[in-house]
Design a protein around this ligand. Sequence first.
Ligand SMILES: [Zn+2]
Length: 124
Amino acid sequence: MKRSEREIKTVRNMIGIYCRGHHGGAVLCEECRALSLYAEQRTRKCHFGEEKPACGQCPIHCYKPQMKVAIGRVMRYAGPKMIYRHPLQALRHLLIAKRPLRAAPPAVKREFKPHEGQSEPRQG
Ligand SMILES: [Zn+2]
């Protein structure tokens, strides 16, 4: 399974745990289903592709503010519970979260030079 697909599955599980805990249903409520779908789309369209860092470490932050708050709430609630329900997924998620960002996507690399010239001795 591709990493992005695995991550989508993990997020879905976490939203499921959150929804059961907060909204009570056996299936996702409409709000949580929308969030799950949104997270899935964002993960699929991630600029980093399979090099995707944990969203918390990503320099792009592609989530809408409202969705970012919502998913943050889910992670905080479901994160610790994942260890009991889906230990392998939780572990992988933690490992990914700790892994430093390896490469920036080409389009972003060019824009991320806040101090161009200052740190490059080539100029003088
Ligand atoms: Zn819900």
